[in-house]
Design a protein around this ligand. Sequence first.
Ligand SMILES: NC(=O)C1=CN([C@@H]2O[C@H](COP(=O)(O)OP(=O)(O)OC[C@H]3O[C@@H](n4cnc5c(N)ncnc54)[C@H](OP(=O)(O)O)[C@@H]3O)[C@@H](O)[C@H]2O)C=CC1
Ligand SMILES: O=C(O)[C@@H]1CCC=N1
Length: 271
Amino acid sequence: MALSQIAAQGLVLLGCGKMGSAMLAGWLSEGLPASSVWVIEPHPSDWLRGTGVHLNQPLPDAPAIVLVAVKPQMMGDALPVLQALGNGETLFVSVAAGTAIATYEEVLGESTPIIRAMPNTPAAIGRGITALIGNTHAAEDHLSLAETLLAAVGQTVRLDHEGQMDAVTGVSGSGPAYVFHLIETLAAAGEAQGLPADLALQLARATVAGAGALAESAEESPAQLRVNVTSPNGTTQAALEVLMHEDEGFPNLLHRAVTAATERSKELSRG
Ligand SMILES: NC(=O)C1=CN([C@@H]2O[C@H](COP(=O)(O)OP(=O)(O)OC[C@H]3O[C@@H](n4cnc5c(N)ncnc54)[C@H](OP(=O)(O)O)[C@@H]3O)[C@@H](O)[C@H]2O)C=CC1
Ligand SMILES: O=C(O)[C@@H]1CCC=N1
């Protein structure tokens, strides 16, 4: 099914904060007409008001997809509004962290096709990645429908089982924040070495963006690309000896960070 077919039946977006807006911006720029989107959002931003979507208006009877993008803590209040669309043709896709498929089945009905997805904010510029897993009522058609929608804002991957979702959240869902923090801290380190703040930020931002693009397009592995930068006994080697330190280096730090995110995702799903 193409994006135009989703447009014909309608798309409902429940919650349009940071993640909902990132995806909506991507869909609109990919040609999804604003007139085919219904958004339920208690405090719409000026940007959202300006898009021309149906805002807080009565919903269509059988939209192709309802996408749920409210905070996990808001789910109990938000989901019942959609109950009438459950147990029907409409596919539900939720991007909420730490909210199990079973939670949606309880509210929407067990025969509702439900897909749990974990996107990330680069979706706003079509460079996201979304992992998906469906319930037993999500057939191949439903999965490819969700993939059509989410592929419009980046890559998609299917998971083998729902248990992988916590770690996915820790790696790619939260991951953009780690990279933005890397840019901030690389710039601050440059400033500490005497560079003007704006120059340090320009260097850090372009370096992370360029290295990311190279890592994605090059045939070599990230490890080989790292070696390519590292002259024997040169400047990079001096830095990597700090970053690759067994206890205080990047591997241990990132391992702890991803573990903390994964554990928090598990904790959220316990309620
Ligand atoms: N931000 C990210 O990078 C990612 C987020 N996610 C998931 O996406 C979901 C949304 O996160 P995020 O966008 O960051 O959070 P935000 O708080 O920015 O967005 C949630 C939006 O939902 C609105 N809302 C609250 N209650 C209701 C309701 N009853 N009906 C409709 N809308 C409601 C909120 O309004 P108000 O602010 O007025 O309460 C807010 O605008 C979360 O479940 C999160 O786990 C997944 C991947 C990445
Ligand atoms: O921080 C969070 O809980 C959400 C889920 C992944 C990214 N943001």
